[in-house]
Design a protein around this ligand. Sequence first.
Ligand SMILES: Cc1cc2nc3c(=O)[nH]c(=O)nc-3n(C[C@H](O)[C@H](O)[C@H](O)COP(=O)(O)OP(=O)(O)OC[C@H]3O[C@@H](n4cnc5c(N)ncnc54)[C@H](O)[C@@H]3O)c2cc1C
Length: 404
Amino acid sequence: MAAVHRADVVVIGSGGLGASTAFHLVARGARDVVVVDKHELASQTSPRAAGLMSHARTSDFMIELVQLATANLKRFAAETGEPLDWAQSGSLKVVRREEDVEVIDGDVLRGQRHGLDIERVSLDEAHRLNPLLQTEGITAVMRVGDDVYFDPAQVAIGYVRGAEARGATMLPHTTVRRVNIEDERVVGVETDQGTIRTRVVVDAAGAWTRQVAAASGITIPLVPTRHQLFVTEPIEGVHAELPIVRIADAAVYVRPCEGGLLWGGYEEAPRMFDMDALGGRFSIPDTPLDADVLWRMADDVRLQLPVLREAAVREHRGGLPTMTADGDHIVGPAPHAEGFFIAGGCNVAGLSVSPAIGDALAAWIVEGEPPLDLGRLSVTRFASGVDELERKAAWQYRHFYGVA
Ligand SMILES: Cc1cc2nc3c(=O)[nH]c(=O)nc-3n(C[C@H](O)[C@H](O)[C@H](O)COP(=O)(O)OP(=O)(O)OC[C@H]3O[C@@H](n4cnc5c(N)ncnc54)[C@H](O)[C@@H]3O)c2cc1C
């Protein structure tokens, strides 16, 4: 490691959450910001995401957070000086079961309260908006005009480069062993290349967030959970403005991607991983994938999206987002460890909100308070422990679209 012995802030992890935090720290005037990553910069779960930004969320708080994130994402290139391809294609949320209609009706009411361009549309209108969607077996459809998709591979690396250009120091291939805490206060970060004295640390270690904190006696209840998707070869008629489609009860999504489609979904019993058991050399590209999980989903939605079974697959990728017991992220200070901040519990949606969470955490660190109340995301909500974490986390995973 280059001789970095002290820093004002050490960010552990250069994925979307860590890199955005580092960028916003330097943009807000923080000095001596150091980003430490045990792998190549921005190389783990973040570049493998689908790049979907969903506004129809089940809480007012999350809608506001996503609105902030979208505004930041649209300014990304101007602020960072780095490219970001995105499209406001809008989305269609499709309900097949009568009992789920009230879920999208709730989404519409909640969204309209927040000024979203959100409404129910007829099945014919849905098919007209995205001709790949067939109306057989559909009960109702909701359109969200605000929804965006973006190139996931550009986000973390763009924030990394933007932060570096403004003076942040990047230390790739440097593993954090533990955060040193004395008298309930952060005093430094121990890495395999030496110790960095600092009073502020951000644990944004993705699938390893829990391990990094546990080494210092801090408990962060989250579970690395496999999520995977396919990207298809180009398909005639597919263009970038086709709305994203989500089939609510099947928990399947699809969006345009370079003339083809990118599609994935949330299975009932997702595979969860213990990072300790995977060993120190494990890297997210080593995640064992299972194409059959995705083909079963294609079968489930064959009447609505027959194209998924027909299109040739050109890429199969996946990673380990982290699930929490209640589906909310874990962001903010850790108790009894002044200066220890957490940016984790992404719940398969961390990349899209990273522009807002990184900015909020940076404001919290630089100015002493966040620009919006992040209390709901505090790790202290799990202070008395979580029973059956894996079962609850699996339920949250499968029910991301809010249907029972
Ligand atoms: C297939 C798939 C589809 C997805 N789709 C979406 C989507 O549409 N929208 C969305 O918002 N999200 C999506 N996600 C989730 C999204 O990818 C994550 O929420 C996000 O990337 C998490 O970012 P991160 O910074 O926490 O993790 P990462 O990108 O994994 O970064 C964590 C970093 O920490 C480093 N690190 C770990 N331990 C240490 C240590 N001890 N010392 C130093 N460095 C360390 C790692 O090397 C890594 O670089 C998807 C995920 C997958 C897998």
